[in-house]
Design a protein. Structure first.
Length: 88
């Protein structure tokens, strides 16, 4: 089953936190291997996770902070559409 970008981006944090099963991780990775916008979004979220880890002293970020960041990231997600050119 092919995943759409919205589903992949919604589960990226699960993958980064190692909270998804192997099958889900493989499906997400397969999609990202073939989708440049999703791999770019994954890279951004990976950097945010790294930054949180450094700034929180290696401790887990407070749930309230994590939730606020996730809302902010999702609100700024870009939806990519293709425009069909009419045939001449």
């Amino acid at each position: 089953m092919e995943l759409d970008c919205t589903a992949v981006l919604a589960d990226v944090w699960l993958m980064l936190d190692g909270e998804c099963d192997d099958r889900t991780r493989e499906r997400l990775q397969h999609h990202m291997d073939h989708c440049a916008p999703c791999i770019e979004a994954y890279g951004i979220e990976e950097k945010i996770k790294s930054l949180l880890s450094r700034k929180c002293g290696g401790d887990k970020a407070p749930d309230s902070l994590r939730e606020r960041l996730m809302v902010e990231i999702r609100s700024r997600s870009v939806t990519i559409t293709t425009e069909e050119t009419p045939a001449e």
